[in-house]
Design a protein around this ligand. Structure first.
Ligand code: PLP
Length: 374
């Protein structure tokens, strides 16, 4: 008989979360997470599923029939997108300007796709002319791009120009909106995006675990008429259709508590109003930016591509980034994050997302940063 380990009841740290995610969870979301479970096929839960789907359509600004929370974190929704849309032999064009374009490439390859790249430096968005050239060179079937690149703090502007190029070439567009959905303007239908996915733990201020995904009918037609089975059973949308479509029949046990949480987080977006929420994120991030400038610090991306939900700040010469971050955590119980990939050691990343995007948190970040730099 193994003896039990000597653990105590759990008391997690209560930090101020101002990194690249998770953001702080709204108290109303925490409250619904302590509600009792119902079964995943209970009539009352089916009603909650319907509401989640309607709220997802609102937050994505889409009339797509297909709008579901994928069980798992943002990467699960991302993998559901790539694993279903990419068929063996499809050419998939992905960007090289950040960490998550690399993850797209890896998922597209595992789905049997041939990966081609469209380039921009880390910290800069894709330029439409460069995307057009890449289309001429590679003739891709699918084009993936990251709307809000969490690793660099750069926003991808000109989305309708990019989707136009893709559609003129007959390709499908997959957009990563993990760090923009519910915080930065993002419009699936108006911008003619075929597939979009996101995460719960960024601008929606919900714990990770049920992740938004939407696909239009044109793309679902491709998915439902594949020559080969999707390589993942769990994420196969033709099977998930049984649960999230009209039948509401068992596929897997939905993460009930995460669905409650997402339902409440989306409800909070609806109550605030999407446009008001975008404005709040911009206003809060502007306060942060002005405070950073007053400390003599600079954001890494140009103003044109500034991403309010994720502020990438250049580290001044001679400052040890890891000491800076650990001082901020030790002295102020505050989480901000280091750079990733090509920008590791050059930037720190300060999130301004969802419930975390409020004046008291911005003031704490600026105060802690000033203190740590002293
Ligand atoms: N895409 C982007 C832009 C992200 O920032 C992240 C996570 O930070 C992901 C995808 C993957 O999401 P997750 O870590 O929730 O699996």
């Amino acid at each position: 008989m193994l003896t039990p380990p000597e653990t105590e009841p759990l008391t997690p740290e209560d930090r101020t979360l101002m990194g690249p995610g998770p953001s702080e969870v709204h108290p109303r979301v925490l409250r619904v997470m302590s509600a009792p479970l119902v079964g995943h096929l209970d009539d009352s839960f089916i009603e909650i599923m319907n509401e989640v789907q309607d709220l997802l359509r609102y937050v994505f600004q889409t009339e797509n029939q297909w709008a579901i929370p994928v069980s798992g974190t943002g990467s699960a929704a991302m993998e559901a997108a790539f694993a279903n849309v990419v068929e063996p032999g499809d050419t998939v064009l992905v960007p090289t300007n950040g960490y998550f374009g690399g993850r797209m490439a890896s998922m597209a390859e595992r789905a049997g796709g041939e990966v081609a790249y469209v380039d921009a430096p880390w910290g800069e968005p894709l330029k439409p002319a460069v995307v057009e050239d890449a289309f001429h060179q590679h003739d891709p079937d699918i084009f993936g791009f990251v709307h809000a690149e969490t690793s660099t703090g750069a926003l991808q502007p000109n989305v309708p120009e990019l989707t136009d190029i893709a559609h003129e070439h007959g390709a499908y567009v997959i957009a990563d909106s993990v760090t923009s959905l519910g915080g930065v303007e993002f419009r699936v239908d108006e911008w003619d995006i075929d597939v979009a996915y996101s995460g719960a733990q960024k601008c929606l201020s919900c714990p990770p675990g049920a992740s938004p995904l939407t696909l239009n009918d044109r793309t679902m037609e491709k998915v439902l008429n594949r020559d080969t089975e999707v390589r993942s059973w769990y994420l196969d949308l033709s099977l998930l259709e049984g649960y999230w479509g009209d039948d509401r029949s068992y596929h897997h046990t939905a993460p009930i508590t995460n669905i409650y949480a997402l339902r409440e987080a989306l409800q909070l977006v609806a109550e605030e109003g999407l446009e008001a929420r975008w404005e709040r994120h911009e206003a809060m991030a502007t306060q942060l930016k002005q405070g950073l400038e007053a400390l003599g610090l600079e954001l890494n991306p140009e103003d044109e591509y500034w991403l309010p939900s994720l502020n990438a700040v250049r580290i001044p010469d001679g400052i040890d980034e890891s000491a800076l971050l650990s001082d901020m955590q030790a002295d102020h119980n505050l989480e901000v994050a280091s750079g990733l990939g090509d920008l590791e050691g050059e930037i720190i990343r300060i999130g301004c997302m969802g419930y975390s995007a409020r004046t008291s948190n911005i003031e704490l970040v600026l105060y802690a940063l000033e203190d740590a730099l002293r």
